[in-house]
Design a binder for this molecule. Structure first.
Ligand code: G6P
Length: 482
């Protein structure tokens, strides 16, 4: 049944699995919140700060029944997930089926029919929450793989809306995507949108090929034509919109005396190493953390890096700790770190400083400034915003970025030292090159990187996406709403 537009709805509604904040309820019933993890929230926060919009999402804990509340001028509309929804929809279908499948099957995806049931049920809940908030003819922007059925469900409820969807993670080749038992329903869910955005041109091309093969619809370049009873119904565009960060804010933050002093202090506290390497990731098997630490350990073993004057700081922020593959990864990484520190450490010096924690933006900026070489060695990554943050923080034009060619960022960040993280010898050579890079060459590369990252920030990204979406002819007045 179509939904009526609310009397006072929002003109822009973002729908994402997570709210931009994680909520917790204290024993006395008061609520507190902290910023949610991950790239999506990092990217969208500044967009929402400028729009009079609403954000529909989950507060990050089970059974939270909350009234809408405002944070930084954005109205947050909480969607409730039960413990069972979290287990089957979030940890199960989203993060143990789709996540590994879309990341080149680095870990094996698990297919459970009960998880698919939960995915459909929860996607409907999100679609209904968005339908209840959007003004007549509003724009609704749906985000990421957890909510791929929302565009279609929402269009059925509210045919008057303009619907955009952005896919933050890779879109896999047809040969991998085809493993999904519910592949056709997922594609049809997405085709409910007017515009489907991807990180890279290659992702959009993979998607269009999947559409052609699984639905038989006609495609022409980026445009997919939907037909009903032999007549053209509407068009869907699938295109690349590489996401970015609030680069200006990062640049400014890293220029503050506090952050600069903290960067010096970090190096001093580490014993003023000659070379400071840095890795910053969610603790996820897609990030290539083990490959990176392995290469580092071998460099110490071979004597190509000094065991006394080199430090690798590895920040690994806790993530999805109830999913088996993540539990196993943590064990493996910690064993590897322990072995390297045991073999090559000394009293007062550990070659790997491993931090299984999350840090505020100020501390991250200081770490980026302190590091000589940033290591981003993901096996597969939609974009990788850490690479862009590092560049934005380096207003001194110093520092080197070693970047996996399997990240979306590699398409844009041509000044980086590109690596194939599966090639441990190649990665060892690249790290050695970065450590000994000629300062003139390094500055040249960093300037190129900064031109790109500062010249294309998250605002440019969202404006480009929303401009293309807004150009879609309005459906207002086409009926369907009651
Ligand atoms: C990636 C995904 C986001 C997700 C984030 C954190 O950036 O693209 O959709 O929110 O990881 O993961 P989590 O499972 O904690 O939401």
């Amino acid at each position: 049944m179509p939904f009526a537009a609310p009397a006072r709805g929002y003109d822009l509604v973002v729908v994402a699995n997570r709210l931009p904040v994680d909520v917790s309820v204290e024993d006395d019933g008061t609520t507190s919140w902290v910023r949610s993890p991950g790239g999506l929230v990092t990217a969208l926060n500044p967009v929402m700060a400028q729009a009079d919009g609403a954000w529909v999402g989950w507060g990050g804990a089970p059974d939270l029944e909350l009234e809408p509340f405002a944070v930084d001028g954005t109205e947050l509309i909480p969607v409730t997930l039960s413990a069972e929804d979290i287990a089957k929809f979030y940890e199960g279908f989203s993060n143990d089926t789709l996540w590994p499948l879309y990341h080149d099957v680095i870990a094996s995806p698990t297919f459970h029919r009960a998880w698919w049931e939960a995915y459909q049920r929860v996607n409907r809940r999100f679609a209904e929450a968005a339908a209840a908030q959007a003004a007549q003819g509003a724009t609704v922007w749906v985000h990421d793989y957890q909510l791929q059925l929302v565009p279609k469900l929402l269009r059925e409820l509210r045919p008057d809306l303009r619907i955009g969807y952005f896919h933050h993670i890779p879109w896999p080749p047809l040969e991998l995507f085809s493993q999904l038992p519910w592949r056709k329903q997922v594609v049809e869910g997405l085709l409910g949108a007017d515009l489907i955005g991807f990180q890279r041109g290659g992702d959009a091309a993979n998607f269009v090929r999947v559409v052609r093969r699984l639905t038989g619809l006609t495609t022409r370049g980026q445009v997919i034509t939907l037909t009903k009873h032999g007549k053209v119904e509407r068009h869907v565009r699938a295109a690349a919109f590489p996401i970015s960060i609030d680069s200006g804010a990062f640049d400014e933050l890293a220029r503050t005396p506090e952050v600069q002093a903290r960067a010096k202090q970090i190096r001093a506290e580490l014993g003023d190493p000659e070379v400071l390497l840095l890795g910053v990731d969610r603790l996820d098997y897609t990030k290539g953390i083990r490959h990176r630490i392995k290469a580092y350990g071998e460099l110490l073993h071979d004597g190509r890096l000094s065991t006394v004057s080199t430090t690798l700081v590895q920040v690994a922020s806790p993530s999805r700790e109830n999913v088996d593959a993540y539990v196993q990864l943590r064990d493996e990484v910690e064993q590897l770190v322990g072995r390297i520190n045991g073999d090559y450490g000394q009293v007062g010096h550990a070659p790997v400083q491993y931090l299984h924690q999350s840090f505020p933006m100020e501390e991250m900026a200081a770490l980026y400034l302190a590091a000589d070489v940033m290591l981003v060695t993901a096996l597969r990554d939609g974009m990788n915003l850490v690479a862009k943050e590092y560049v934005a923080a380096r207003s001194d034009d110093r520092g080197a970025l070693v970047l996996s060619e399997f990240t979306g960022a590699a398409d844009e960040l041509t000044g980086a030292i590109l690596v194939n993280p599966h090639d441990i010898d190649g990665m060892k050579d690249a790290i050695t090159y970065a450590v000994h890079i000629d300062p003139r060459e390094s500055r040249k590369r960093m300037r190129r990187l900064r031109r790109r990252v500062l010249g294309h920030d998250v605002n440019a990204w969202s404006q480009e996406f929303l401009a293309v979406l807004t150009a879609v002819p309005s459906r207002e007045g086409r009926g369907g709403h009651v």
